[in-house]
Ligand binder design. Structure first.
Ligand SMILES: C[S@@+](CC[C@H](N)C(=O)[O-])C[C@H]1O[C@@H](n2cnc3c(N)ncnc32)[C@H](O)[C@@H]1O
Length: 387
């Protein structure tokens, strides 16, 4: 009969370390199971949405996969793993290290004196925790231990702010209203990945997300990272926004797509009857040219004689008109600061949600649009020409 005393002691010590708050981390190695290319597992404690979990990093020959489990479930899995598939392991606590080798355990002096809690605390209130996300590592937001790189702190804050906004927006909406999502001008996909991961893996909604992007190198990179992360419902397509077939899309997003690419995206959303249209405009050139060419009224002339104020006025006129055109097409519109201007000047977000009542008050909105354009010397907003 084979004795399992070593494995039992190992698991009992794990439970005790977790209970006493002395657990640092655990690793399992010498895999003899049937899963192809699996080499080892590293386990550490994290906090997700204020709940303690154990995060497992499964190291395969060419990729890592991270999964988080509630602690009792995780302990059961570790017990099963040491009894069958892993012939070695080490439990690190602040009191000792315990090395499992086949059926025996050996205690060694602790190689860690502190529980690594600070990093986890930093994640406490974040909807996108830095720990345990493969895509955040591949996109160079975090190091392999889930620490956010100094130079990526702004981006990480932006990702979290964005997910908070989406969370608030969709909390009371039926999931059927945002299951088919397209992100126009997805770039390197930071926000696209976070959106998919949040809706699919935290909210457990069966979403499909597609990023559309001009640059083939970015599309290839993002598709590879989606595959490494086993994000089956996330994909990236190479192409131009105005060529994309948006039929059936019910959440359309375009963050920092350049100049009138934002309008191309809004028009796609309106024509598809998308429930949500969310854009954060980037540079604004079209309306500024119109305002400069046609001249605004006399008062406005004084306001725009300095280039910087002309720039700001043109931005406000462009985005106000975008909002009004969306209202004309039956949307409730909110425009607000997305993240602090300290982090990026491109910080205005336009969020449009289809009105339950459908299109109402169109004659009044159309008259307001005309009067507004006249006041600011605008003959046509590009968006009007494509919807
Ligand atoms: C400033 S980046 C923003 C990336 C991402 N949305 C973000 O906010 O992190 C804009 C991206 O949109 C892409 N882009 C701009 N105009 C586009 C268009 N008309 N069709 C497809 N992609 C476009 C650019 O190649 C670039 O990668």
């Amino acid at each position: 009969m084979v004795s399992n005393t070593g494995q039992s002691d190992f698991v009992a010590s794990l439970k005790s370390a977790l209970g006493q708050g002395t657990f640092v981390k655990l690793s399992l190695s010498h895999y003899v199971g049937s899963e192809k290319d699996l080499k080892k597992i590293d386990v550490r404690k994290i906090i997700v949405k204020r709940e303690e979990k154990l995060s497992f990093t499964y190291h395969y020959k060419t990729r890592d996969i991270v999964k988080n489990y509630d602690i009792p479930v995780a302990v059961g899995m570790i017990q099963k793993a040491v009894l069958s598939d892993f012939k070695a392991g080490t439990l690190f606590t602040t009191q000792y290290d315990l090395v499992l080798d086949k059926n025996t355990v050996k205690e060694k002096p602790a190689s860690h004196t502190e529980v690594p809690s600070a990093d986890h605390d930093r994640n406490k209130n974040r909807l996108v925790p830095s720990d345990g996300s493969h895509y955040l590592r591949d996109l160079k937001i975090t190091d392999p231990n889930g620490r956010v790189f100094d130079k990526a702190q702004d981006k990480f804050r932006q990702i979290n702010k964005y997910i908070e906004i989406i969370d608030g927006l969709t909390k009371n909406a039926s999931p059927d209203h945002f299951k088919n999502i397209v992100d126009m001008g997805a770039g390197k996909g930071y926000l696209t990945f976070a959106l998919y991961d949040y809706l699919k893996n935290i909210r457990n909604i069966d979403v499909k997300v597609m990023g559309v992007e001009y640059r083939p190198d970015l599309v290839m990179l993002c598709n590879q990272i989606a595959k490494n992360s086993s994000f089956d419902g996330l994909s990236f397509a190479q192409g131009a926004i105005d060529n994309f077939n948006a039929d059936g899309v019910n959440m359309l997003i375009a963050l920092h797509a350049c100049d009138t690419a934002t309008d191309d995206a809004i028009a796609k959303g309106i024509k598809a009857g998308s429930e949500f249209i969310i854009v954060a405009p980037c540079c604004h050139k079209q309306i500024r040219r119109e305002m400069e060419k046609n001249g605004a009224d006399a008062t406005l002339g004084l306001l725009t004689r300095h280039g910087i104020f002309m720039e700001r006025q043109a931005e406000m006129v462009t985005d106000t008109l975008r909002g009004m055109i969306l209202e004309y097409h039956g949307y409730d519109v909110k425009i607000f600061e997305f993240i602090s201007a300290e982090h990026t000047a491109k910080n205005v977000m336009i969020v449009a949600q289809k009105k339950k009542a459908g299109k109402t008050g169109q004659a009044k909105i159309a008259a307001d649009i005309d009067a507004f354009k006249q006041q600011f010397g605008v003959s046509t907003h590009y968006l009007e020409t494509i919807v």
